[in-house]
Structures are given as C-alpha cells and as structure tokens.
Design a protein around this ligand. Structure first.
Ligand code: 5GP
Ligand code: MG
Ligand code: MG
Length: 178
C-alpha cells in the first residue's frame, strides 16, 4: 500500500459491487429514456468508466472540469469552470456523475449552473458521500457509499494530483497533508 496511505476503505470488489448496484438502479429508473452522463473531471473518470459500462442502455457522455479545492483538502466554495460541456443539454435527461460530495458546495453550484441550461431532467450519481453533505440541501438520487469524514484518495480521487490511479479507495496518512 505504501507509506503515504493509512488504510483501505473500499477495496476493488466492494467498489465493483457498489457500481453494479448504482447501475441497476439507474437502468430501472431511466427505462425508455435516453441518458446523458455528465462526468466531472478529473475525479469522476473511474466512476464514469465503470458505471457507464455497467449500464444496459445506450448513453452519451460529456465532461466538465471545475475547480474548487486547489491543492489542499478543504472546499473553498469558489468554483471555476476549467472546461465546459461540449454540447447544449437543453431537453436532455442529464445524470451528473461525481466522485465524492463533501461539503456539497461544488455540487450545489454545479446543479444550479446546469439547471439554467434547461435539461429535461437533472439527477446526481455520486460514488461517495461524506456526513457534511447532509448540511446542504441537495437531492442526490444515487449514492454508492456513505463514508466517514476523512480525506480519501484513489479510484480517481487525488491529493495534489497524486493517487488517482489506485484501484481502491484509501485514507491518506496524516503526515502527507499536515
Ligand atoms: P465539496 O464542494 O462537496 O466539499 O467537494 C467536492 C470536491 O472536493 C470533490 O469533487 C473532490 O474533488 C474534492 N474532495 C472532497 N472530499 C475529498 C476527499 O476526501 N478526497 C479527495 N481526494 N477529494 C475530495
Ligand atoms: Mg468531483
Ligand atoms: Mg482533487
């Protein structure tokens, strides 16, 4: 695991089970509707890759890159669009695919931004959610795992751009960020 990680929170098979469960729920709910998956770069890359392949329906994909954290471990609440969607989403059934919701600040900003573009529907699927997310009022329809209030890395999630390629979710040893 290496000296920078403390412990494995979700292993590869647990992640695969979680993704399969989310895909089954989404498949059932979107029956007969064409789905546009909007991935939030870069953290959601692994979730998008695995979730989209677990769906039993045609789906299109688009990507946005937004920044809220910088290199630290706390949300600033100030969101910048680094890369916008390629196409108009008006009239489409949009499912935002997220890696993690912590304070929820990033997501609530993103949802009001996307809502203003008039999609036919707008829902959220996140792999991970932390307890603080409960404090902001966001209706997140699909949640993979509720996790404790710790900084996690792996499976797309970074600390200063490192650890994204780990195939599991782990917690960071305090000496790395303190
Ligand atoms: P929020 O605005 O909900 O506090 O934060 C959302 C974003 O912050 C996530 O998309 C992710 O990029 C980052 N983030 C929040 N918690 C964590 C965490 O535990 N680990 C990592 N690597 N990133 C996190
Ligand atoms: Mg994210
Ligand atoms: Mg990050």
């Amino acid at each position: 695991m290496g000296p920078d990680l403390e412990r494995v929170l979700l292993g590869q098979s647990e992640l695969a089970e979680g993704i399969a469960r989310l895909a089954a729920e989404i498949d059932a709910d979107y029956n007969g509707r064409e789905l546009l998956l909007v991935g939030v770069l870069k953290g959601a890359v692994m979730v998008m890759a695995d979730l989209s392949r677990a769906l039993h329906r045609p789906a299109t994909m688009d990507w946005m890159a937004i920044s809220s954290y910088g290199a630290g471990t706390k949300s600033s609440g100030v969101v910048r669009i680094l890369k916008d969607l390629d196409a108009d989403i008006a009239g489409q059934h949009v499912l935002v695919v997220e890696d993690i919701i912590d304070s929820g600040l990033t997501l609530s900003w993103l949802l009001s931004n996307l809502r203003s573009r008039n999609p036919a529907s707008l829902e959220v699927c996140t792999l991970l959610r932390k307890p603080d997310a409960a404090k902001v009022e966001i209706d997140v329809k699909y949640v993979g795992f509720d996790i404790p209030n710790e900084f996690v890395v792996g499976y797309g999630l970074d600390f200063a751009e490192r650890f994204r390629n780990l195939p599991f979710i782990g917690t960071l040893a305090p000496h790395v960020y303190s």
